[in-house]
Design a protein around this ligand. Sequence first.
Ligand SMILES: O=P(O)(O)OC[C@H]1O[C@H](OP(=O)(O)OP(=O)(O)O)[C@H](O)[C@@H]1O
Ligand SMILES: Nc1nc2[nH]cnc2c(=O)[nH]1
Ligand SMILES: [Mg+2]
Length: 175
Amino acid sequence: MSYEINEVMLSESKIKQRVKELGAEIQKDFNDEPVVLIAVLRGSFVFAADLMREMKGNIQVDFISVSSYGNQTKTTGKVRLLKDLDTNITNENVVVVEDIVDSGLTLYFLMDHLKMHRPKQLKICTLLDKPERRQVDLPIDYVGFVIPDEFIVGYGIDYAQYYRNLPYIASVKEV
Ligand SMILES: O=P(O)(O)OC[C@H]1O[C@H](OP(=O)(O)OP(=O)(O)O)[C@H](O)[C@@H]1O
Ligand SMILES: Nc1nc2[nH]cnc2c(=O)[nH]1
Ligand SMILES: [Mg+2]
């Protein structure tokens, strides 16, 4: 089975505008206190890079890497931790930065993992939310866009490791 780009769902300018709003909202909620952003590799690296530049003040960034999709469009249901944090987040304000929440299994696994370090606050920010596909209950603090149940790529998000370099977000179709 192979896929190709179907249509643009979110343009570069629409994403830029929303990322700006999210940065301002997070900063306001934390009253300009220091924040550690945790980007979930690989998908969220583009979003996290743009989001952190919309925030002023004492922002740290660290990366955690997990994978559960392999080269398919459905989750394997098994989340693998590929790289852990390097930062000590105990008593820190932490915001986990994700590109997309689909089944919710990735973040469910990660939240459990991160809570063990007893951060002061632990919040979730995702650019995209696909609520129709959720398999677990997950409280999400910041959502960029709620999207329909379509497999999407671009702006850091891949299909079989390709398309991450697209500056926009597009749906794909089977060909
Ligand atoms: O809510 P879920 O159903 O768990 O899906 C969301 C996760 O799936 C994708 O990551 P993937 O495992 O494909 O790895 P990647 O970030 O390296 O592309 C995406 O970047 C999210 O992290
Ligand atoms: N590329 C891609 N990866 C995902 N991981 C979870 N949902 C999606 C999606 O819609 N597209
Ligand atoms: Mg990911």
